[in-house]
Design a protein around this ligand. Structure first.
Ligand code: ISL
Length: 540
């Protein structure tokens, strides 16, 4: 099955987000300007040139809004202001202006499913059953048996109901996440209007778009029915999938599209099949992009990746929807760590692990950046970081996600570029191997992971085949994934060896070698042997 590169019937120039490489910034852990051990907007701003050097086209910045930080910013108490921990609105405006000057777009997080329990709306809602904002949240009367209104479980504690009883007013309120994150009631028109206003606020400030958090949550079945008993133990946020959400997305899409300058929404649709995720693109009138979660959880096996790719194409292509690819984010172990752990479980010995770990992560980088679709790079993956081992006393996240959120090392100095003074430590322990895996050290080394990301991004930009091109899976030996990307008479093949053994691929012998995951200067011809854990891009 080949898909045309120009997937729209009325194909004009492709929108920028289809050709872009996105880079996710998790502000708490990116860079710190004021020495409090928590990253901030000025820290991001001071490293924009590094990101431009890497070649990324757009930043997605995780929440920096006013927040009590029960979920480290995904519990917002004011959607239209910067938390003082991160800076202020002027600093944000400066960041956007600087990024734009450097040719990078800025997409910010938007958290529409729930607010903080400290948001003035919720505080008012809690003040009485007749308060102005009562119906902005989801309330239910108690049953005589004292049980919660249904069997939904919350995301971070699978033994806990997605409901908390509010004693003073005698009703339960719904929260798909922490009890400190009450769900908004999008059936209430005032909520819709207020949340639309928050989008306008940032669009007027010049942001290029939004990453919409748990966007499939903004519609709930009004009957709030139990989840099927056979799905017990799965949080309701991974199951909530109802038609009314699509109408709400069409309204959001119209609002964002009404602004000049090609603004966009990439939605976090945390549902477990690509078929389900695909419906959130609507008929080209809902999300511009949606995160596709199955590949994020796929093991590092050629067959499994082939299946993910086929599923994605099967679900998205008929809709003319553009795919996204994500290997890591702030909610899950980094992919290098996931692949290493799986290999250890499968019996890989320490010696082999030491040899293969980095090579696998390099091959994964080439995969991420050459598939047909928009790649999202999570900060630090370009340094080859693994998750930090966080001692129990330093664990802070209710969802246990601290390891992948360890601060980014900037240089080989003791504090790795974090200006912490006496008695202050970074909010989480530094990422591992920071003496070697930091921006300064890797930038000086052409063999580094950082340079591989930069070279691959540059190749993508230079070759329309890799951004716009058609995609065809190739016949490959077991353990190898191969695909051809072709555009306007140019065709390149990507070959990825998922095994620890060299594999004969003489079909491509003699092809021009454009990129190799393990060699910064692979000038010459492909010799027909794909090294263990090696990925190459060749032109036949
Ligand atoms: O974190 C998860 C698994 O460890 C996911 O279930 C995650 O909760 C889900 O992807 C929704 O994530 C988003 O919304 C959450 C927030 O905690 C996450 O950081 C955010 O990415 C609630 O706002």
């Amino acid at each position: 099955m080949t898909v045309s590169g120009t997937h729209r019937a009325d194909a004009g120039p492709a929108p920028w987000w289809e050709g872009a490489v996105f880079y996710q910034v998790y502000p708490r852990s990116f860079a710190d300007s004021d020495g409090d051990g928590v990253g901030d907007l000025a820290g991001i701003r001071s490293h924009l040139a590094d990101l431009a050097w890497l070649g990324v086209d757009a930043l997605w910045i995780s929440p920096f809004f006013r927040s009590p930080m029960a979920d480290f910013g995904y519990d917002v108490s004011d959607y239209c202001d910067v938390d003082p921990l991160f800076g202020d609105l002027a600093e944000f405006d400066g960041l956007v202006a600087d990024a734009h000057r450097l040719g990078m777009r800025v997409v910010i997080d938007w958290v529409p499913n729930h607010t903080s329990d400290q948001h003035p709306w919720f505080l008012d809602a809690c003040s009485s059953r007749t308060s102005a904002h009562r119906n902005w949240y989801v309330w239910r009367d108690p049953d005589p048996d004292g049980r919660p209104p249904n069997n939904w479980v919350s995301a971070f504690d699978l033994d806990a109901p997605a409901w908390t009883f509010h004693e003073p007013t005698g009703q339960w309120y719904l929260h798909l996440f922490e009890s400190a994150q009450p769900d908004l009631n999008w059936d209430e028109p005032d909520v819709v209007e207020a949340m639309h206003d928050t989008l306008r606020f940032w669009l007027d400030r010049g942001v290029d778009g939004f990453r919409a958090d748990v966007i499939h949550g903004i519609g709930k079945d009004p009957r709030l029915p139990d989840d099927p008993p056979e799905l017990a133990g799965i949080p309701h946020c991974a199951l909530n999938d109802v038609p009314v959400t699509h109408a709400r997305l069409r309204d959001l899409r119209s609002l964002v599209d009404s602004y000049p300058g090609d603004r966009m929404i990439v939605g976090e649709v945390f549902l477990m099949t690509t078929d389900a995720v695909a419906t959130y693109y609507g008929d080209g009138d809902e999300l511009h992009l949606a995160f596709n979660f199955p590949p994020l959880f796929a093991p590092w096996l050629a067959d499994r990746w082939r299946a993910c790719i086929e599923d994605t194409r099967g679900a998205l292509d008929p809709r003319g929807a553009w795919p996204t690819w994500v290997l890591s984010n702030h909610d899950n172990p980094r992919h290098r760590t996931r692949y290493d752990r799986a290999a250890a479980r499968a019996g890989e010995d320490a010696h082999t692990a030491a040899r293969r770990s980095e090579a696998r992560a390099r091959a994964a980088a080439v995969l991420l950046l050459t598939l047909r679709g928009t790649p999202f790079v999570y900060q630090g993956d370009e340094l080859g970081l693994t998750d930090a081992d966080i001692p129990d006393v330093r664990r802070v996240d209710p969802g246990g996600r601290d390891g992948c959120r360890a601060p980014i090392p900037w240089d080989p100095s003791t504090a790795h570029g974090w200006p912490v003074g006496d008695g202050v430590q970074t909010w989480l322990p530094m990422a591992p191997e920071a003496d070697a895996r930091n921006r300064v050290t890797e930038r000086a080394d052409l063999l580094s992971m950082l340079h591989l990301y930069r070279r691959t991004i540059a190749l993508r930009r230079a070759l329309p085949a890799l951004t716009r091109g058609s995609f065809t899976l190739l016949e490959t030996p077991p353990g190898v994934l191969g695909y051809r990307r072709a555009h306007s008479g140019d065709a390149v093949d990507v070959l990825i060896n998922f095994t620890g053994e060299a594999v004969d691929f003489s079909a491509a012998a003699g092809a021009e070698l454009l990129l190799a995951s393990d060699d910064p200067d692979p000038a010459g011809r492909f010799d027909g042997l794909l090294g263990s854990d090696q990925a190459v891009v060749v032109r036949r």
